[in-house]
Design a protein around this ligand. Structure first.
Ligand code: ATP
Length: 340
């Protein structure tokens, strides 16, 4: 069935998953790529059209064209990298999601306030090097994918290696445990939260340090780094699922208090570290589809429980758009700036 709208996104991050899902749910699809990636996106038959830009910064000049094509934009992680918050807010083409969440997501302070209000356990934060009384991780602002993060043993180590840093950073308690990224989808149409899938990131070189015995590492000049190179699927101990769902519920509930009545909806991810006493510490929230969901284009064990058919997060987004159209509720799943 042909739907009156085209689902469009920027050609990177999770665009293939989003557009495949949109195609499977009966939408026309459009990838906005750059010249380097144009051939890639043209090579997939589920992508009906590709617009190739010289640079993503030209994206805003496409607005009239996108309006004419009756496009619904589905944002993903690269939107924050390629477009400013202002540009995203200025768009009036239909946009899946609530843009009020962007400010709360972009600022580490606001994010912390949001997650604490939701009752989630957060790593302790230190205001200065002098306060450090345990191993910490120093996180540069604006670092993407863990690049430039430093593991610091104690206050003395901080003085020698981090105190001179010119960029802004935060000092956070280093949590030793298993990192787990939980992918959720909240449906405003059904008022229901689902766990879609989970992954762990494969990071260089921190994930390979365990392969060298600690004794052999002594004296070697290796510092852990946290640069993401890939993702691995995880299925969680079933006894821990209830808490995972509860954390998602709490985040959505508080979002409705801080980001207007629509709150956070659609895809999001809570990034956690689980300690040996089975506590989830929350590192961060991503208020959109994350790249770890690309592992599950064919669905995950969890999405299978809900759908009994392949259901990626990208397809789940398109399913929500389809259900909204069929019930005349499109506005419920779009940002209020959207002009239909
Ligand atoms: P992205 O924006 O892609 O999610 P990021 O730059 O915001 O990445 P984080 O996800 O915050 O980075 O962290 C990157 C990695 O650093 C994590 O996957 C984890 O391995 C490590 N890390 C972050 N915070 C902590 C912490 N408090 N304790 C232990 N390890 C941590």
């Amino acid at each position: 069935m042909n739907r009156p709208y085209t689902v469009a996104t920027l050609g990177s991050h999770s665009a293939l998953q989003i557009l495949k899902g949109a195609h499977d749910e009966g939408f026309r699809t459009l990838a906005i790529s750059n010249r380097d990636t144009e051939r890639l996106y043209r090579s997939f038959s589920f992508i009906d059209e590709v617009i190739a830009l010289g640079a993503y910064s030209e994206f805003m000049s496409l607005m009239d064209e996108l309006e004419r094509r009756k496009v619904i934009i589905v944002p993903h992680g690269s939107f924050v990298a390629y477009l400013s918050l202002d540009q995203q807010k200025k768009m009036t083409i239909p946009y899946f999601g609530n843009k009020a969440v962007l400010d709360w997501e972009a600022s580490r302070e606001l994010q912390r306030e949001w997650l604490s209000r939701a009752g989630l356990k957060l790593p302790r934060q230190f205001r200065s090097g002098a306060e450090i009384d345990r191993p910490v991780i120093v996180k540069l602002y604006g670092a993407a994918g863990g690049k430039g993060y430093m593991f610091i043993r104690d206050a003395h180590d901080f003085e020698t290696r981090a105190a001179h840093l010119k960029e802004a950073y935060i000092i956070q308690e280093y949590i030793i445990g298993v990192p787990l990224y939980i992918h959720y989808f909240y449906s405003p149409l059904e008022n229901k939260l689902e766990i879609m899938s989970m992954d762990r990131r494969y990071e260089t070189n921190v994930d390979s340090l365990g392969r060298i015995p600690a004794a052999a590492q002594e004296g070697m000049d290796v510092d852990p780094s946290y640069v993401v190179v890939g993702n691995q699927p995880v299925s969680l101990r079933e006894s821990m699922l209830a808490e995972a769902l509860r954390m998602g519920d709490d985040v959505v509930r508080v979002s409705k208090e801080i980001c207007g009545p629509k709150g956070l909806f659609g895809a999001f991810c809570i990034e956690t570290i689980i300690t040996p006493d089975m506590q989830y510490y929350v590192m961060e929230i991503s208020a959109r589809i994350v790249a770890g969901t690309n592992l599950f284009i064919d669905g995950s064990p969890y999405s299978y429980l809900n759908y009994s058919e392949p259901m990626s997060t990208g397809r789940r987004i398109a399913r929500e758009l389809k259900n909204a159209l069929l019930t005349n509720n499109l506005r419920l799943v779009l940002d209020d700036s959207s002009v239909l």
